[in-house]
Design a protein around this ligand. Structure first.
Ligand code: ZN
Length: 99
């Protein structure tokens, strides 16, 4: 079994478990869908007092920068009334350690 297959299997398992746990909207890892009550968010700081998190510490090394940006864009433009911080947030995600 390759690493990719093993990782895909683990992701599927996490998503099955995630479906069993109640939780609403964006209170979950956007990759494996586990709620933050059981998953640990991987913070991305983009200012002295601000940070966002879209995937958990488990999913971080299994996602690409583009995937995380896709989730972050969804978060920022989906629920924030004024996504004027987006350029700074996008820069932070690109500068963050990919692993
Ligand atoms: Zn996750």
């Amino acid at each position: 079994m390759t690493d990719h297959t093993a990782g895909g299997f683990r992701l599927t398992l996490r998503r099955i478990i995630a479906r069993l746990i109640p939780g609403l909207g964006y209170s979950r890892c956007m990759h494996c869908w586990l709620p933050w009550s059981v998953a640990t968010p991987r913070d991305v700081p983009h200012g002295p007092m601000s940070a966002t998190f879209v995937v958990c510490t488990h999913c971080w090394p299994h996602t690409t920068t583009e995937q995380r940006l896709h989730y972050a864009r969804h978060l920022v433009f989906g629920i924030w009334p004024e996504p004027h911080d987006w350029p700074q947030i996008e820069r932070s995600y690109r500068q963050e350690d990919p692993r």
